[in-house]
Design a binder for this molecule. Sequence first.
Ligand code: GMT
Length: 385
Amino acid sequence: MNVRPLKIGIACYPLIGGSGILATALGMALAQRGHEVHFFSYERPVRLDLAQPRLHFHEVVVNRYDLFKYPDYTLPLAVRMAEVARTAALDILHVHYAVPHATAAWLAVQLLRGNGSVETVPRIVTTLHGTDTTLLGQDPGYRSAIEHALVHSDLVTTVSESLRRQTHATFPLLAQAGRKIAVVPNFFTPAEPTQSRAKTRRDLGVTDDEFLIVHTSNLRPVKRIDLLLETVAAARAQTRARLRLLVLAGGAFAPYAARAKALGLHGDQVIVRENVLAVDDYLHAADVGIYPSENESFGLSILETMFHGRPVLAFRVGGIPEVVPEPATLPAFGDVPALAAQLDELAASPALAARLGARNREHAQRHFSAERIVPRYEAIYEART
Ligand code: GMT
């Protein structure tokens, strides 16, 4: 390691979801590079392997009181971060997803300053992941609190240039206060598949000559599962290949079942697996990934699919053009016929699918590997503002 070992606190959501997955991967990579890393969350992040050296997890316990209709998480999180910052002498508090982590980090630093128990307080780095700006940043109940926490962070990062622009537009005080935003893209390290592609396909009941489409997300409205189903249905009507859709769902698929049926996607044409923690076997077994989101600050699932050497179909929205190698080929948002035509072309030509998949993998490895991105966070931790 070229930089001095640091003591870094990371606060994130523990669940399946881009921001928590990225934060966990970052913390584990930092620990491997010699830093001491302390995670804060209400549960152990799903991909956090505490068997590795230099990794710690501090559970934030939220007690229930009859007095409160809504339990509060921000204060116990701030108190826990302040305690650990003091006892472990943390250099950095790196919070992922502004709400409520950035406000809690600011409060933790105020607590440390207030009781005079430390000589230096940790520096706060806030990484915005998307909906903390694009959704909650528009909510009058949150906006000014997020803006305050960002202005009082030592550094704010976004996962794409697109999100950086949106953040400046949403929180004008940042620029007025002379605060810069650094863009640090997401990264991913694919796991080796635990079994062969043929075995995973057999387990799914997918034959060799079928074209397997994968979609992995939390299925929230922004992911536009309606457009995913419409694209597959439209392509099915025009292609000679037999298409199957695999949905790796971090949320309930049931609300979309009727729409799938209405579009003629019956029974085994749509395979759903809920709460899958290890996506690698499935991405390895798939032939293409489709992600028709209406907005996406980055699209970590797209990157995961690219790392597995598969072509990706998506619309030209948010940060997606910054992730894929040929952004000009992305159709405008909502152009389902164009997406279906691209799907048809890939399903008809395994050679084309293989070529685009290989190009994706090469692009992902070149621009979005841990080796390339993690040192950029290290440089940010060391930079003086
Ligand atoms: O919408 C999600 O998939 C979850 C959300 C999150 O905060 O975990 O994802 C956001 O952060 C990811 C990691 O940086 C990005 O890859 C996603 O594009 C972003 N989601 C949106 O912008 C809608």
